[in-house]
Design a binder for this molecule. Structure first.
Ligand code: SAM
Ligand code: TMP
Ligand code: ZN
Length: 410
């Protein structure tokens, strides 16, 4: 079964030119049981660029209910760095945008409550939208008010009717997941108070291109934003890009702030990033063509390295059964014959197999039991945190294999 092909830009209807084909791919967060390999869903993973509004986007859309459901395994709170990031974000929103009595904060994709628990603990009115019922329940356990539902124009109208306008609508690693961004932006425009803001952070195309981070491309990441493409999309729905901030998390992100058009004066950071994007050609086709060539080089080098290690009889495992790694294993054809297992802290992934490639997932305790000779760092965006706790691996003679920005053994 395949998903329907998208013929025009999901934002403006303009022509989308395909720039990179990463082949037949499974759902990146669907980890089958060993006894249950039939019925995996596959689609064609390819990115294109809209000639009219520059938005980089997938050319095939996976139905949202296949990705976000009761058993969606991703848990935001499993990383200590991300917990600290979101606690800081909650405090900042409380200090800047949520200061009036009765202020109201809505979060899209609140997951296990990693950000909203700080807002809830401050006694501020809030609502998390989280369609994945399993993680939504974890958020409720943190004292967070959650609606198990998809945010879009209709559900936004509902919230406006019951709770009134929102001072802040916040979303991390969620807006880029929503192909129906038109409906989401219409909903946000409707729900925002006249002086309110939509604040969202997602992987930045500039960083993806600069680092050849092709594994940021997978089913859930439908859009790959720049200040240019976000500004153009916002303008279509009566919103204006009024601030941008680069963030170091998840391999390089940008936090965008949108307000109703004319409501706020854009900060100098907006013009700075727009200029930088023009100078670096981030929004053009040529940068994507160079990226596609670099991605193919990474694949040949990684496959050659893993094959030669196998021929030498070395043991090779991986660290972090990330959604990103589904793209790497399936695009490069890496299965259990090249990577024996992958260690991961997520309970719902352990004892299962990785999507499509079927590499067994083990708990992190298995990593030292015994250490492999080499470990591919699939969770490279959490490198600092992982290196800090896995010092024993290198001490025992183990070596990390990196593939972002280039293939290296360290
Ligand atoms: N915000 C968290 C973070 O940054 O770690 C979670 C990000 S997770 C990658 C994306 C979340 O968005 C998932 O928990 C998913 O269920 C949720 N989601 C998907 N579609 C949504 C929608 N239309 N409205 C609100 N949440 C949605
Ligand atoms: P992410 O890159 O989408 O945040 O996913 C990170 C994955 O890596 C997730 O499955 C949890 C796992 N992980 C570990 O196994 N150990 C760790 O120390 C961290 C931070 C993440
Ligand atoms: Zn477009």
């Amino acid at each position: 079964m395949t998903a329907p092909a998208v013929t025009g830009c999901r934002i403006c209807g303009g022509p989308v030119t395909e720039m990179l084909d990463l082949g037949r791919q499974p759902l990146s967060d669907a980890f089958p049981r060993p006894a249950d390999l039939d019925g995996e869903f596959f689609y064609r993973l390819a990115v294109g660029r809209c000639a009219d509004c520059t938005m980089v986007q997938l050319v095939e859309e996976v139905p949202r209910e296949r990705m976000f459901h009761h058993d969606y395994p991703y848990r935001s709170s499993l990383s200590s760095v991300m917990r600290a990031h979101f606690t800081g974000t909650g405090r900042e929103l409380l200090a800047t945008e949520l200061t009036r009595p009765g202020a109201f904060c809505v979060e899209l994709g609140c997951n296990d409550g990693v950000m909203l628990r700080t807002v809830a603990a401050a006694g501020v009115r809030h609502l998390g939208f989280e369609p994945s019922a399993g993680v939504a329940e974890l958020a409720r356990g943190q004292g967070v008010r959650v609606r198990t539902d998809f945010f879009e124009e209709e559900t936004a109208a509902d919230v406006l009717a019951t709770d009134g306008p929102a001072d802040v609508i916040y979303a991390a690693n969620t807006i880029c997941h929503l192909p129906y961004l038109d409906s989401v932006l219409r909903g946000a425009r409707l729900l925002l108070a006249p002086g309110g803001v939509l604040v969202f952070e997602d992987p930045y195309l500039g960083d993806i291109l600069a680092r050849t981070a092709f594994d940021q491309i997978y089913d859930e990441h439908f859009y790959y934003f720049t200040a240019h493409s976000v500004r153009a999309a916002a303008a279509r729905f009566g919103l204006e890009l009024v601030d941008v901030r680069r963030l170091p998390v998840h391999g390089g992100e940008v936090r965008y702030t949108l307000a109703r058009a004319g409501a706020r004066t854009p900060s100098p950071a907006v013009a700075d990033l727009l200029r930088q994007e023009r100078e670096q050609g981030v929004t053009g086709e040529a940068a994507l063509r160079r990226f596609a060539a670099a991605v193919a080089r990474t694949r040949s080098e990684l496959v050659a390295l893993l094959r030669s290690l196998r021929e030498e009889g070395r043991t090779v495992a991986a660290y972090g059964a990330t959604a990103k790694s589904a793209t790497v294993t399936n695009y490069c054809g890496l299965g259990p014959e090249l990577i024996s297992y992958v260690c991961d802290t997520t309970p719902a992934k352990q004892g299962r197999l990785t999507p499509g490639a079927h590499i067994p997932v083990r708990p992190p305790e298995a990593f030292a039991d015994p250490y492999p000779d080499y470990a591919v760092l699939f969770a490279w965006n959490h490198a600092e945190e992982i290196m800090a706790k896995e010092t024993g691996f290198r001490a025992a003679g183990g070596r990390w294999i990196h593939y972002v920005p280039t293939v290296r053994v360290r």
